[in-house]
Design a protein around this ligand. Structure first.
Ligand code: 5GP
Length: 214
């Protein structure tokens, strides 16, 4: 596999999806987005085969039992998985693949493809900005907001404790974050280990003190 597997993880509201599509838009013939399978119901704005392959639980588990997933995990009570066929399709001509998966999936992909995988944690500039971005979406109820913030706190903790080589991108400004990701994909690596990154540490401290994320 000549291309890179660029695995974007980070809180909902950090801008992973927008960032991934920006990077793909810059080189659409050389980069693709890994479309996952999920058992989650399709949202009104989503398209089957573009956002996800929406399948029922029986179909998902059949593919899992046939060893069809490179990784799969339950997130918020639904199954999500990256099929081996999707990775094969996107990498067959040596292209790079961008992934939006949870932290468990990221670690599993990294273990499965240690040479090609690049683990990238996308952060908002601060915890209050993240909370505000989620509120501004207008689509979150108080309950889903709390669940997303709790997951965000767990993922921040997970990265700090991870032994894997994470790199951090702070998405304060989309152009700047996209430029930073381009540099990273060109092979340069962030000198600051993720766990020592000041924005990551600041977000984690604020998350741990926030009753909404408890
Ligand atoms: P959503 O339902 O909001 O689209 O995604 C919920 C969570 O599932 C996000 O954290 C997203 O990154 C994660 N996710 C999406 N696809 C996959 C996948 O294929 N594998 C894993 N492990 N997580 C995924």
């Amino acid at each position: 596999m000549a291309g890179l597997l660029v695995i974007l993880v980070g809180p909902a509201g950090a801008g992973k999806t927008t960032l991934a599509h920006r990077l793909i838009g810059a080189r659409p013939n050389r980069r693709g987005f890994s479309v996952s399978h999920t058992t989650r119901p399709m949202r009104a704005t989503e398209v089957h085969g573009v956002d996800y392959f929406f399948v029922d639980t029986a179909a998902f588990l059949a593919l899992r039992d046939a060893d069809g997933f490179a990784e799969c995990a339950q997130v918020h009570g639904n199954w999500y998985g990256t099929s081996k066929a999707e990775i094969g399709r996107l990498t067959k001509d040596g292209g790079d693949v961008l992934f939006d998966v949870d932290i468990v999936g990221a670690h599993n992909l990294w273990r499965a493809y240690p040479d090609a995988a690049r683990l990238v944690f996308v952060l908002p500039p601060s915890w209050p900005v993240l909370v505000q971005r989620l509120r501004d979406r207008g689509s979150e109820t108080e309950q889903t907001l709390r669940r997303r913030l709790r997951t965000a706190r767990q993922e921040l903790c997970g990265v700090v404790e991870s032994a894997a080589p994470w790199q951090v991108i702070v998405n304060a400004d989309l152009d700047a974050a996209a430029a930073q990701l381009e540099v990273l994909m060109a092979g340069s690596s962030d000198a600051t280990p993720a766990r020592d990154h000041p924005v990551l540490q600041g977000c984690l401290r604020a998350a741990e003190a926030d009753p909404l994320a408890a």
